[in-house]
Design a protein around this ligand. Structure first.
Ligand code: FES
Length: 111
């Protein structure tokens, strides 16, 4: 496991999301949506919608899902599963930890 600092806990209030660029162990970039659910819990998902390559971090967060702003497909925060059309494929969900004020993500470890 290789955790990277993605952001600070002060960067997101509940029901907000933020796009960050991290790096896979291979050196490839990884666009990640750091998401704070409306209950305050933290999640890290692949940021690219599986329908048409738009950033999920721009979408609305509510009750365990983030909704793509472009065409409205919701993705479940704990599994990455697409809950409704037009997306049909899941996004990856990465391991996330909070250490003090640091939000840590391992983009080489999916849940
Ligand atoms: S681009 Fe996300 S639902 Fe179409």
């Amino acid at each position: 496991m290789s955790f990277q600092v993605a952001c600070s806990t002060s960067d997101l209030a509940p029901a907000q999301a933020l796009q960050v660029e991290l790096t896979h162990a291979s050196g490839e970039p990884a666009l990640v949506a750091i998401v704070r659910d409306s209950d305050g819990s933290w999640h890290a998902l692949g940021d690219t919608c599986t329908h048409a390559d738009y950033s999920l971090a721009e979408g609305d967060v509510e009750d365990g899902a983030i909704e793509c702003w472009k065409h409205g497909a919701p993705f479940e925060l704990t599994t990455g599963r697409a809950l409704a059309l037009p997306a049909t494929k899941p996004v990856p969900v990465y391991t996330i930890q909070i250490d003090g004020t640091d939000v840590l993500v391992d983009v080489d470890s999916t849940l």
